[in-house]
Design a protein around this ligand. Sequence first.
Ligand code: GLN
Length: 381
Amino acid sequence: MLALHSKLPQVGTTIFTTMSSLAITHKAINLGQGFPDFLMNKELIALVADAMQKGKNQYTHMAGYGLLRERIAEKYNMLYDGNINSETDITITPGGTYAIYTALTTILEKDDEVIVFEPCYDSYIPNIEINGAKAICISLQYPDYSIPWQEVKTKINNKTKAIIINSPHNPTGAVLTEEDIVALKEIVANTNIIIVSDEVYEHLVFDGMQHQSILRHTDLMERSFVCFSFGKTYHCTGWKIGYCIASAALMKEFRKVHQFNCFSCNTPQQYALAEYILHKNAYLEVGNIMQEKRDYLRELMKQTPFNCIPSHGSYFECYSYHFTNETDKELAVRLTKEFGVATIPVSAFYTNATDNKVLRFCFAKEKDTLEKAAKQLQKLK
Ligand code: GLN
């Protein structure tokens, strides 16, 4: 027998794959894994086909197609009055998760500590641990999932290499406010702490709130890796294409890791996105479209025994329950098998499996899908 020492002995299969597979087996409506079930924009698809026909099928620049990077820089310099340099500060990546992994791998050394807020997206902690570093987990305050900044202060020490923030937040839909950024600035001032900011849901912000991108704060940029996803903005999560923005000094190191892992990303998609990104409305209006879907699900859920924990952004809204003593995992499995609706149990996003009896629902779906799911859940007592 080959002896293989696991680098991630505690890790199983991600909850997204687990629940999506269960949904397929039981032909359930999948409100679990976060992906839209409606078609993406046809013009964007045509632009990819066009790029392929024109022969844009070979490697592009290691950091990403130059024009796409220029237009990303223009976009954010326009949105946030920033000073992003497309040559030195942006790298196109195969998705947001990869950008986060690469940022962490770029900076982490053995025994470093990284502050992580739970519930958190399930890749963060394995990403930290595979680099020999340690996640210092702090629970967001239930039920509004806000950051307890006083507690953060007590967890900072000379081993703290980074803090991971995520707004709009997966899985809860919580959105950071200006006060949060002020608190963050105060904590990192005069330290070498790096911020890894997961902003893949940047345009999916509701209720008139403003996305608190780190890119707005030039004083934080020297210490930040900001990670984005085209998949979330343009309804094509299967394209697996995103990007990271950081100061030139940080990005130089990021590219050293990236170039020997992915090297360069899918070329025709980058040509297509370089054109499509010029349609400002496509990203400026997607928040309203998604808010309507959230509201629709919320209305339908009133006829079920679930209680809404209001989301202000992302693809997700969480709902708590008191109608059964089952754990959230048990309930999520039963709902998939017996009621034909898959969700994600929020305890999966805590290292100690904290179970507040909350399920995450993805509302990035056709109205019809949401109606069918709610009709099933309305049978619950
Ligand atoms: N981001 C998606 C979600 O939260 C899933 C991504 C994945 O499956 N790795 O559902």
